[in-house]
Design a protein around this ligand. Structure first.
Ligand code: NAD
Length: 393
């Protein structure tokens, strides 16, 4: 079949396998230029896209780290493409093989106990133990078998409704957005899905099984942002979930003492990923941010951010650290020069001056690239078998 983008709101329901491969290769080239002394063996939870995929590539190519990756992706069907993450995983495993670095990938729900057990069995069999656990899950829901209940996360403000502006990404037009304040149940459910509980379950289960090595490190990712995004991120439901990571990291550090291990929170910048595209207001903020940071010469993508976090933070000693002990690679985004300029443009931006003040075309390009579209080296007119993407049908 000939695969073209089928965008539905903030998601693209088709994905191009060769474009996904191109995206993995581009990130691998960057990682190859930024080698570092990293861990020998790592588990990456949420490995198939965005920051988790970048973590896996930076580790494999930059530090020759053997990895086990876990993610939940849609498999292909004869007339339907797989999800982008499924093709990304395929491309990653091929890359790792070329590099002569072991990799194993599981397509399973990370929240479930049997997935954790399967990982333990694989780690024991293939690696013995792991030296790093990256927790990069961004999930809309979590099924808790013990309660036979599914919790759904929501992206809503807390306390009062939010009235603001956002981009209609299909039309490239600004529009008003009204978001109702979350209920107490919705806040609690969002913390259940996106807070630290499952991260802690992972680390405790792995530790009890004896598969965490001496000196093992673990990291989870967060976003903090500034004034514009606080009402819908920092002070909103997702922000509550992220605050729960601070409590979790303290618990984990207590539990990891015996192993001389260390838990970290890495604070990353706002970027287009499948998850951030779903957050109201974020696409407009990110479009403005891209324009300003590109003009000021300090724009970074997922691989640049993660490579820097690993090289200077987890496996270096030059990363900015805040009062809470979090590793910060969001310092350029949050610098006064960037935030003042973004805020000034936020006040002026409208549908007519969108391209002038914001980098909406850059946003859209990056969005399509998440699904493997827009890579020069890919022939999008060629027939591709979605089931066997390496083979032309
Ligand atoms: P993403 O959507 O690109 O990736 C999410 C990953 O989670 C995918 O690999 C997906 O398969 C996996 N996943 C989802 N549900 C799963 C399940 N039930 N079982 C197994 N795997 C599952 O998201 P991202 O933006 O890279 O986010 C990763 C982390 O980085 C999140 O904690 C997010 O809050 C954080 N972060 C993101 C940004 C941003 O701007 N995108 C900024 C700072 C921090």
């Amino acid at each position: 079949m000939i695969i073209s983008p089928r965008v539905k709101g903030f998601i693209c329901v088709s994905a191009h396998p060769h474009g996904c491969e191109a995206s993995v290769r581009e990130q691998a080239q960057y990682a190859a230029r930024h080698p570092f002394q990293g861990p020998a063996r790592a588990l990456v939870i949420g490995c198939s896209s965005g920051y988790g995929l970048a973590s896996r590539i930076a580790l494999c190519v930059g530090a020759k780290t053997k990895t086990l990756g876990v993610s939940l992706e849609r498999e292909p069907a004869p007339n339907k493409t797989a999800s982008a993450g499924w093709y990304n995983n395929l491309a990653f495993d091929a890359l790792a093989q070329e590099q002569g670095v072991e990799s194993y990938t599981l397509n399973q729900d990370a929240f479930q106990p049997d997935t954790k057990q399967r990982c333990i069995d694989l780690i024991k069999e293939k690696f013995g133990q792991v030296d790093l656990v990256v927790y990069s899950l961004a999930a809309p829901r979590r099924y808790v078998a013990a309660e036979d209940r599914t919790y759904s996360s929501v992206l809503k403000p807390i306390g009062e409704d939010y009235q603001g502006k956002t981009i209609d990404t299909d039309r490239g037009q600004l529009r008003d957005v009204h978001l109702e304040a979350a209920s107490e149940d919705e806040i609690a459910a969002t913390v259940k899905v996106m807070g630290g509980e499952d991260w802690q379950e992972w680390i405790e289960t792995l530790q009890q099984a004896g598969v965490l090595a001496q000196g093992c490190k673990t990291v989870a990712y967060t976003y903090i942002g500034d004034k514009i995004t606080w009402p819908i991120y920092g002070d909103a439901t997702i922000g509550q979930a992220k605050k729960h990571l601070d409590v979790t990291v303290a618990n984990l550090n207590q539990g990891l003492k015996d192993l001389n291990g260390q838990a970290y929170i890495g604070v990353l910048k706002a970027l287009v990923t499948q998850s951030s595209a779903a957050i109201p207001v974020m696409p407009l903020y990110i479009s403005l941010l891209y324009k300003v940071m590109k003009e000021q010469g300090n724009h970074e993508g997922c691989i640049e951010q993660i490579s820097r976090l690993l090289r200077t933070g987890l496996y270096g000693d030059s990363c900015v650290t805040d009062a809470e002990g979090r590793l910060r690679v969001d310092e350029y985004e949050l610098s006064l020069q960037v935030q003042q300029e973004v805020q000034a443009r936020w006040a002026q931006v409208n549908s007519d001056n969108l391209e002038q003040l914001a980098d909406f075309s850059g946003y859209r390009q990056d969005f399509l690239k998440l699904f493997g579209f827009g890579f020069e080296q890919v022939d999008y007119q060629a027939e591709v078998d979605p089931m066997m993407p390496g083979v032309k049908s």
